[in-house]
Ligand binder design. Structure first.
Ligand SMILES: [Zn+2]
Length: 415
């Protein structure tokens, strides 16, 4: 298995949108670009909704069969660690090893010394393709990176070998994720993280750093777009260097987590990919669930009432629902409308607030982020929610497909 150049992670919280999501990849193919669909669901999402990894595999396989997709696709065990990898071994063929919790824990001194001995030759200015001034690397940068990341990568090695033992070498895709941390990883750190990955002999095909700026769930990028673009390009150059010099897989590429709805950086990402002839994995999930909610709001009176109920309950359970996502949301709580206000809204009012159109006067990033984490409320509604989504599957499916194809795939890979 070798992950294709462009791949798109889609999440389907309630297992009802796999077909609509795959239709977006079919549209892309018809527009001349091959994008590998990857259905991702994290342990966190499974726990909150009460689903099993096998359900993701079943829905993905069914959609692929029904639409006659004969190209590659994967099922991603997203953000897993040693404690829960076992649950995903059978259903998944893509594993995102989350090492965030181990960053900053220090490896054994002898390991750090060995790493420094081997890699200190890179101190100074490293010349990189298409990076004007190269990359300045101080000796202290190498040591700091080793102290901060070496143990975390050793942990990734343990998880990787657990999977390899069961699945066999080359039968699955490995991603390493570090996005849910407090501080971004700079390109210099990325270089030595990749060195450590090579030392652990992990054949990583994608790596998800925390980039500079905020990647809040379901809303646009917040930060300095120029700095992001500069670091993104430096990361692409660093990856190329690492592939050539450390012996990592040739198709190793960046993965952007919480990648949906980051419209203001898609332009710079697209031009950087072109400049470096690089691949990309972009991971999304909640953006599809928000299309379900938005679709319900416009579908019918009964469905609008469900959408409003989900808002009201999410607001009432704010702290509980936000806690698992604290690093990837930023909601101004005092700016959220009350449940009473929202209960008076028309279908158009509700849709305008939730639909991601920043030019729309009623668009509300706070509401969108709250609803993003509010899927637990829908899960607890059970049949009431699932039945409504099923009843209005045409309008919702259309929204889901258009959201992925028009708002994400087109600006990133086509336009
Ligand atoms: Zn992530």
């Amino acid at each position: 298995m070798k992950l294709g150049k462009y791949s798109f992670g889609v999440g389907d919280r309630f297992g009802m949108q796999a077909k609509a999501q795959l239709e977006a990849m079919i549209d892309a193919k018809q527009a001349g670009i091959e994008i590998v669909p990857v259905w991702n669901k994290s342990h966190r999402e499974h726990m909150i909704i009460g689903t099993e990894p096998a359900s993701v595999r079943a829905k993905a396989d069914a959609a692929v069969k029904e639409l006659g997709w004969n190209l590659e696709y994967y099922v991603d065990a997203d953000h897993i660690g040693l404690k829960n990898v076992g649950l995903f071994l059978e259903a998944s063929d893509f594993f995102t090893l989350d090492i965030a919790d181990f960053i900053g824990e220090c490896a054994a001194e002898k390991d750090i010394a060995g790493f420094l001995y081997k890699y200190e030759k890179y101190s100074g200015v490293l010349e990189l393709d298409q990076i004007e001034d190269g990359l300045y690397i101080g000796k202290d940068d190498i040591e700091a990176a080793a102290r901060k990341y070496l143990l975390a990568i050793q942990e990734a090695g343990k998880i990787y070998r657990n999977i390899e033992l069961v699945k066999g070498v080359g039968n699955f895709v490995t991603e390493i994720s570090m996005d849910e941390t407090d501080e971004p990883q700079r390109p210099v750190e990325m270089l030595f993280i990749l060195a450590a990955i090579a030392e652990e002999q992990i054949p990583a095909e994608t790596i998800a750093p925390k980039f500079t700026g905020r990647f809040n769930k379901g809303v646009d990028y917040v930060g300095d777009v120029r700095q992001f673009a500069e670091e993104f390009e430096a990361n692409l150059a660093v990856i190329r260097f690492a592939v050539e010099n450390f012996g990592l897989p040739l198709n190793l590429k960046l993965s952007i987590h919480s990648g949906s709805d980051k419209f203001s950086i898609y332009g710079p990402i697209k031009s950087a990919l072109k400049k470096f002839d690089a691949g990309l994995h972009i991971k999304t999930a909640g953006t599809t669930w928000l299309e379900e909610i938005g679709g319900l709001a416009v579908a019918g009176k009964d469905a609008l009432a469900i959408a409003k109920q989900i808002y009201a309950e999410s607001l009432g359970r704010f702290d509980e629902l936000c806690a698992p996502y604290e690093r990837v949301i930023n909601i101004e709580k005092d700016k959220l409308p009350t449940a009473e206000e929202v209960s008076g809204w028309s279908d158009e009012d509700f849709y305008a607030a939730v639909c991601h159109d920043e030019k729309c006067r009623k668009y509300d990033a706070n509401i969108r982020q709250l609803l993003h984490v509010g899927y637990k409320v829908a899960a607890e509604m059970g049949e009431k929610y699932l039945g409504a989504v099923k009843k209005y599957e045409d309008v919702i499916g259309r929204n889901v497909k258009n959201n992925i194809f028009e708002r994400h795939i087109k600006p990133l890979f086509i336009d």
